[in-house]
Design a protein around this ligand. Structure first.
Ligand SMILES: Cc1ncc(COP(=O)(O)O)c(C=O)c1O
Length: 396
């Protein structure tokens, strides 16, 4: 069949490639620990499932309102006002089918062909594909690693923004807490970004999928809470990671009224024709009763991070930064490449039963890095780190 050139040219996911490679090793009887995927290993809290089930029995099986169920929109308006400090009303919110769909809807609603989106690196691997699907192009700027390493001041950040923004730039995509680095962007940098967005008349697309997974004394801050920024910011939130409900596909966009109206009346109508109504009922229950579960999982991710980073740092030649949020560890393994490619290293690690994501999926300059997910049990994480210690030797 003759298929779309545009779609065929979009590269397949690097994660899918690693998972396929892992299958070859598993077929040979090697037990592989899958640290390449970003999927919580927790189950969704049971009360959410029960409320979804009850909603279906109660007949919530008809076309849902396109913008979203009224009770959910109201509960979310309260949530974003109280928790994120965003002065949003119901008219500033639209329900979407998870973070991925939300970002696609946002980009499609904002961009015209040829518009450029400035993406900070390392970035969540799907964003460049979504920008391409929405007929935009990407420009890149290193941000999260210099930020975590502590050598990028707010002034330098603003200078770099000035150097990277072009006349075609329409949107700046920021992701905090960041996948893959685990950086949590401090308020002062988001204020600097907001100043630049106002000065250069740009839109900010803020991806806050991991807002609830933040460690130590770091604080999640929503750029849209800065006075005036709701008018030029679209924030994409998702239920996926906070409530371990990746399979239910639920998220929401918060933005200016005209954006929200166009997003649901065109993009949501003509892509999904609404978002499953029973899941939206479950989301209301999650917002009302889910705080304890969020905290339980957050604490578990923090404990895993502590132990896993400690064990990984014993591996000779591997360098990691301490993640401040999300559930990944991004590590510089260039000293372990020995002239080979990152895929040679990935094969080597599969041989000892460890699957990871290759760094270049998160930005060209990270060809010598890998991403581990800590959304696996402590036992698996420790076993994986020990396998690498055995393979390369330890620093102790
Ligand atoms: C940074 C980031 N944004 C958005 C998403 C998409 O989330 P969802 O699973 O809700 O589509 C992910 C998923 O891994 C992510 O890591």
């Amino acid at each position: 069949m003759k298929l779309s050139k545009k779609i065929s040219q979009i590269e397949a996911s690097d994660l899918a490639k690693v998972s396929r490679m892992a299958k070859e090793y598993e077929a040979r009887g090697i037990k592989v620990i899958h640290l390449e995927r970003g999927e919580p290993d927790f189950d969704m809290p049971r009360f959410i499932a029960e409320s979804i089930y009850r909603a279906m029995l109660d007949g919530k099986t008809h076309y849902p309102p396109l913008q979203g169920e009224k009770t959910l929109l109201e509960a979310l308006a309260e949530k974003v006002r109280k928790k994120n400090g965003i002065e949003a009303g119901v008219e500033n919110i639209a329900i979407v089918l998870g973070g991925m769909h939300g970002l696609y809807v946002a980009l499609r609603t904002i961009l015209d062909p040829g518009d450029e989106v400035l993406v900070f690196t390392p970035y969540w691997l799907s964003i460049s594909k979504l920008i391409g699907l929405a007929d935009g192009s990407c420009s890149f700027m290193p941000f999260y690693i210099p930020l975590m390493e502590g050598w990028l001041s707010e002034t330098d950040f603003e200078k770099q923004l000035d150097e990277t923004i072009t006349p075609r730039t329409r949107v700046i995509y920021v992701n905090t807490p960041n996948n893959p680095s685990g950086a949590v962007v401090p308020r002062s940098y988001l204020e600097a970004l907001a100043r630049k967005a106002v000065e250069r008349d740009l839109i900010v697309l803020s991806d806050e999928a991991y807002e609830d997974i933040v460690f130590d004394n770091h604080r999640h801050f929503s750029i849209s809470s800065i006075p005036g920024m709701l008018d030029r910011t679209v924030t994409c939130f998702a239920f996926s990671k906070s409530y371990a409900m990746t399979g239910l596909r639920l998220g929401y966009l918060v933005g200016p009224k005209d954006f929200i109206q166009l997003a649901w009346s065109r993009m949501i109508l003509y892509t999904t024709n609404g978002i499953p109504a029973p899941i939206q009922v479950g989301a209301v229950a999650a917002l009302r009763q889910g705080d304890k579960d969020i905290e339980r999982m957050r604490r578990a991710y923090e404990e895993r991070r502590d132990i896993f980073v400690q064990e990984l740092r014993k591996v000779k030649g591997l360098r990691t930064l301490m993640p401040q949020g999300a559930f990944y560890v991004f590590a510089d393994v260039s000293a372990l490449l020995n002239g080979g490619s990152i895929y040679d290293l990935i094969r080597d690690w599969l041989e000892v039963g460890v699957a990871v994501a290759p760094g270049m999926a998160f930005g060209a300059e990270y060809a010598g890095w890998v991403r581990f997910s800590t959304a696996s049990s402590m036992e698996e994480l420790v076993t994986a780190a020990r396998a690498l210690q055995k393979r390369y030797g330890t620093n102790i």
